[in-house]
Design a protein around this ligand. Structure first.
Ligand code: PLP
Length: 448
């Protein structure tokens, strides 16, 4: 607590312009553009980014490990994205009719994710909403299964059991209660969502048996990335697909975060399990907002023949498609993935050395360009394990990094770092050195 207080004081003292911006923002509800930007003291206002660096309105430079919640895999101002966007802006950004880039993007995603048919949307929320509608439309059933602790955006069916408040009645670990995560979610919708623990095929089997012929399908993050990073145990994802299909239900992978960041074809490709539907967003637009839903012929035929109307004024808009085309065909090359893998290895070795030197029980968990330090001694298998984490570690880590030139997502408990294709060894070394500073402070005799 003393470390957090001291680091907070020094952080706040360096942010007069951010504070002035917040004071000026009288007509922005809550003084920010998303509730996730409000929490003190990390409500930092930014002016620009370049390569792996971002600069706040106080002129402070940070190596960007926030990555805009997993968007900035290309880094900032990547020449290929800049050229594509500039060219598109001069030739018109909106027709509400498709442009050629959409064909290239769909072809590229089809190959990466082994799904034949694609549509576009504008955010991860829209993609998962369409996927759930599609699972319901394809099966004529209403109930969905959702994993406790998975985040899929802010629509009715999925703002359930994401990050409960301490006084919520979340139920026993093997039979979690569905808890609304926001106000404005009708109970009638909550009643159609069954919550299951991650990595537990038995719980899914039981839910399917308890609701015969009612479950349309299941949505999950195939590697959980809104609770640190939690890997699926061997056979879990393949087992889900088999189980759901046996009960006439469908499987959706929400790869909004994992999509292009864990590897060229997401978790889908890494584990070799192809779901019925896959949702992408965040990194695919190279920094421009866009999303994609890919699926099998069987499910996507509902869109093709109009039984499910997948619509939206800005779907597949030319600007987003130009940026996505550049991202997929020019930025995310095999050489870029080799660079990301090398940086990941450098980070892992550096952090493991910090952990060993200070004899700490922490663990480094990575998935491609993403990773986190898990401040728990035991491996995390599901959301209940994750809830045992003392949030003060993430808070102290965030502050120590921010005060020494590296910017992480808020509090670093739920979120992970993202390394971009423009990050350098020097960025990684800065992050590792800062983590070493945290470790020495926490293990210094006075801190014990
Ligand atoms: N799915 C996952 C796995 C996410 O992490 C997020 C956002 O963090 C979403 C969906 C929602 O995406 P968006 O914020 O673009 O609506």
């Amino acid at each position: 607590d003393a470390l957090i207080a001291e680091e907070t004081r020094s952080f706040v003292a360096r942010q007069p312009q951010s504070r002035a911006h917040r004071d000026r923002a009288a007509h922005l509800a809550g003084g920010a553009t998303s509730n996730w930007q409000i929490a003190e003291p990390q409500a930092v206002w930014f002016s620009h980014g370049s390569g792996s660096k971002i600069y706040d309105v106080d002129g402070i430079e940070y190596a960007d490990f926030h990555g805009g919640y997993g968007v900035s895999l290309a880094g900032h101002g990547h020449p290929a994205i800049v050229a594509a966007v500039q060219e598109r802006v001069t030739r018109g950004t909106h027709f509400a009719q498709p442009t050629e880039d959409a064909i290239v993007v769909a072809d590229n995603l089809a190959e990466r994710f082994d799904q034949p048919l694609w549509r576009f949307a504008n955010s991860g929320t829209e993609a998962t909403m369409d996927a759930i509608h599609l699972m319901r439309a394809a099966t004529g059933r209403d109930r969905i299964l959702k994993v406790e602790g998975c985040y899929h955006g802010h629509h009715d069916s999925v703002e359930v059991s994401v990050l409960p408040e301490p006084d919520d009645d979340i139920g026993p670990p093997d039979r979690p209660h569905g808890v609304a995560d926001n106000s404005g979610i009708p109970d009638a919708i909550l009643d159609l969502v069954t919550i299951v623990p991650f990595n537990d095929l038995g719980a899914v089997e039981r839910a399917l048996a308890e609701h015969p012929d009612q479950v349309a399908g299941m949505i999950l993050e195939p590697v959980m990335m809104n609770a640190g990073i939690i890997d699926p145990v061997d056979g879990y994802l393949a087992g889900l697909k088999e189980l759901l299909h046996r009960h006439g239900a469908l499987l959706t992978f929400d790869e909004v975060k994992t999509g292009l960041t864990v590897g060229p074809g997401g978790v889908t490709r890494l584990v070799g399990v192809t779901p019925d539907l896959v949702c992408l967003a965040k990194a695919i637009g190279g920094g421009v907002s866009t999303a994609a839903i890919g699926g099998t012929e069987e499910v996507m035929s509902l869109i093709a023949d109009g039984r499910y109307e997948q619509v939206g004024t800005f779907n597949g808009n030319p600007l987003a498609m130009a940026a996505a085309r550049a991202m997929l065909t020019e930025v995310l090359t095999p050489a870029s993935y080799a660079h990301l893998d090398r940086l990941r290895d450098r980070m892992t070795v550096g952090l493991q050395d910090v952990i060993d030197r200070h004899d700490l029980p922490w663990r480094v968990v990575t998935a491609g360009a993403k990773g986190c330090v898990s401040f728990l001694p035991h491996p995390i298998r599901n959301f209940r394990d994750f809830l045992q984490l003392d949030g003060r570690y993430g808070q102290a880590h965030w502050l120590v990094q921010a005060n020494r030139g590296a910017f992480l997502p808020p509090w670093g408990k739920v979120e992970q770092w993202l390394v971009s294709v423009q990050h350098t060894d020097e960025d990684i070394d800065r992050f590792v050195a800062n983590c070493g500073h945290l470790a020495s402070r926490l293990t210094a005799p006075a801190a014990r």
